[in-house]
Design a protein around this ligand. Structure first.
Ligand SMILES: Cc1ncc(C[n+]2csc(CCOP(=O)(O)OP(=O)(O)O)c2C)c(N)n1
Ligand SMILES: [Mg+2]
Length: 619
């Protein structure tokens, strides 16, 4: 045996030995298990049942522990981190209220397929079921919004559980995994055994479309005259953006996305139809379902045909996209490629369901059309789309009604002085050269963000799409900025949404996280106001956020609030002041909030009322 071989076999023995670690406390084992998964950041708020874990975290040289000021903020921040990178976001809370405060964030990650591991401290095992102080059955409570969950009952299981949790969270269709960890186990000691391999019977490897299915898709494209690609968040989480772009370049098929899918294809490209659905581009909706009109008798009349072939990748036919689902692309052949078989025919019956990883399917399709180019050029279809784009771009007017708005009346006297919310987005797009990562709250500002900023790269718009959770914007921006310090990260928020996690200004300041926020402050729950105007004759049902005793002042005073947090902030009321204020905000190397005062009288258009069809689109 040569010297080298001896050396080799020696180190092999050592490495085999390292699988069995030194005796450690359960809390330390958990932290090392996280380190072994490559975790560099955790958003964690302590309490009695998790402080042991925090003690162990203080000794970690790898993990940055960020203290959010509310567990919901921590969960959203972990999501921001995950959505911006594709890596698994990690958050932690104590038992009872700490755990329940995480639930909205967990549900959000579930709805939008975001990889997340949520850790919770639990009361000691002998106390479980006794109604102990801060005991909740978080395992049971979160069951319907997790991809998987664990209640650890044996300290020896910790290394395996954490390895599995991360694997499940980030592979296949990603999602949140909960690990509930009783305090007595955190304090027990054992020699951990670090598993090298996973053993998850029944957990599938990514499915792959077969040649016949892919060939059939190519055949359908060859037969089609009006094909459209409809791409969702799955293309982004599946890292299939490059493959999509290559496929589109070769086939010249126009692309629309869901709001979860924006950025998978550049919206600056002529073949982009931007995003579709309730508040999506009119031309995207027409391209999918046809240009339809309702006549005086209430009958639907066709003006122009929509897609005869819809190629859906990584989407779920969400009701905000389809409206009345049976009318969605009513006359087209629908192909649905998805990694999750349970999405097939769930909301919409399709002609060809294909169970596949989208990256694999798009990559193969791109290679196939490169080898055997599509003969069709779709010239007439492209012309029709260009006509639609010209007819109904995203647009807005400044109306006189805005001058009557109580909270603007004292400061503004001319139309030209009013800041329209859409204009703020256009200005931000200009000043950031389209390169910022943007997070949002939920409401009108969210939809305008989608419409008036143009998305060109994946993981650029981070928004609570499926759950629609107000309060998501600023904590998500913190998580994104921690993950991508090289990028300008801006939260476009509503006054209602921002207030829901306003405490995270403290996290931003104390942790030096230079995430910016623009509040489009209309003093109202604008999106609900819009529905009140359309469907309830404008009767206000608790949608005013200002002070009813003084409707002329702006309430609350965000500039004063920010001062209390030592966060720089400015209020902008006049249009002429916006440019400079934005410039100062973007130049700042620290958190910065712009409180931009806008009217509440504006509606988000286009608008297809829930459950309706393109024929009812207001634009
Ligand atoms: C946690 C939560 N509660 C309630 C709602 C219902 N909701 C949807 S949009 C909206 C209004 C949001 O107001 P604001 O954040 O000011 O945004 P705006 O629409 O005014 O731009 C409300 C209340 C929600 N989406 N999330
Ligand atoms: Mg508002």
């Amino acid at each position: 045996m040569s010297k080298t071989t001896t050396k080799k076999s020696k180190s092999a023995t050592v490495s085999r030995k390292t699988k069995l670690g030194r005796p450690m406390m359960g809390s330390e084992i958990l932290v090392e298990a996280l380190e072994r998964e490559g975790v560099d950041t955790i958003f964690a708020y302590p309490g009695g049942a998790s402080m042991e874990l925090h003690q162990a975290l203080t000794r970690s040289k790898q993990i940055r522990t960020i203290l959010p000021r509310h567990e919901q903020g921590g969960a959203f921040a972990a999501e921001g981190y995950a959505r911006a990178t594709g890596k698994t976001g990690v958050c932690m809370g104590t038992s009872g209220p700490g755990a329940t405060n995480l639930v909205t964030g967990i549900a959000d990650a579930w709805m939008d397929s975001v990889p997340m591991v949520a850790l919770t401290g639990q009361v000691p095992q002998p106390m479980i079921g006794k109604g102990a102080f801060q005991e909740t059955d978080i395992y049971g409570m979160s069951l319907s919004v997790v991809k998987h969950s664990y209640l650890v009952t044996d300290i020896k299981e910790v290394p395996r559980v954490i390895k599995e949790a991360f694997h499940i969270a980030r592979t296949g269709r990603p999602g949140p995994v909960l690990v509930d960890f009783p305090k007595d186990l955190q304090q027990q000691k054992t020699q951990p055994v670090w598993p090298e391999k996973l053993n998850l019977p029944g957990y599938p490897d990514p499915p792959r479309a077969n040649y016949l299915e892919l060939n059939e898709i190519i055949g359908l494209i060859e037969k089609a005259d009006r094909p459209v690609l409809y791409c969702g968040g799955g293309v982004i989480t599946g890292e299939a953006s490059e493959e999509l772009r290559t496929f589109v370049k070769a086939t010249k098929i126009p692309v629309t996305t869901t709001i979860m899918g924006v950025g998978c294809f550049p919206e600056t490209d002529d073949l982009s139809l931007r995003w579709l659905g309730m508040h999506g581009a009119a031309y995207a909706n027409w391209a999918v379902s046809g240009q339809l009109k309702r006549d005086a008798n209430g009958n639907t009349r066709k003006v122009a045909d929509g897609a005869d072939l819809l190629l859906a990748f990584g989407v779920r036919f969400d009701d905000r996209v389809t409206g009345k689902v049976e009318k969605f692309c009513e006359h087209g052949t629908i192909v649905h490629v998805d990694i999750d078989r349970s999405e097939h025919n769930k909301n919409r019956q399709v002609h060809l369901p294909v169970h596949s990883d989208v990256k694999y399917a798009l990559g193969k399709l791109a290679a196939m059309v490169k080898k055997r180019p599509i003969r069709k050029k779709f010239t007439t279809w492209h012309k029709q789309i260009a006509k639609w784009k010209k007819k109904a771009p995203f647009r807005y007017n400044v109306n006189d009604q805005s001058l009557e708005v109580e909270h603007l009346r004292d400061d503004l006297s001319k139309r030209e002085e009013i800041i329209m919310p859409q204009h703020v987005l256009q200005e931000l797009y200009k000043q950031t050269k389209g390169d910022a990562i943007v997070t949002t709250g939920v409401g009108q500002h969210q939809m305008w963000s989608g419409q008036y900023y143009k998305w060109t790269f994946p993981r650029q718009l981070l928004t609570s799409a499926g759950l629609g959770a107000m309060g998501f914007g600023y904590p998500a921006a913190l998580g994104a900025k921690v993950a991508r310090p090289d990028k300008q990260v801006v939260d476009i928020d509503g006054d209602g949404s921002f207030l829901m996690n306003v405490q995270e200004l403290a996290t931003a300041h104390i942790e030096n996280i230079a995430a910016k926020a623009i509040i489009l402050n209309n003093q109202h729950l604008g999106m609900v106001v819009q529905w009140e105007d359309r469907f309830y004759a404008g009767n206000r049902g608790h949608t005013y956020l200002g002070d009813p005793d003084n409707r002329r002042q702006i309430y609350p005073n965000y500039v004063e609030i920010c001062k209390g947090f030592n966060v720089k902030s400015e209020r902008v009321i006049r249009k002429a002041d916006l440019h400079g204020a934005l410039k100062r905000m973007l130049a700042a190397k620290e958190p910065y909030v712009l409180d931009v005062i806008v009217p509440y009288t504006e509606h988000v258009l286009p608008f297809i009322p829930a459950g309706h069809t393109v024929a009812d689109m207001i634009w």
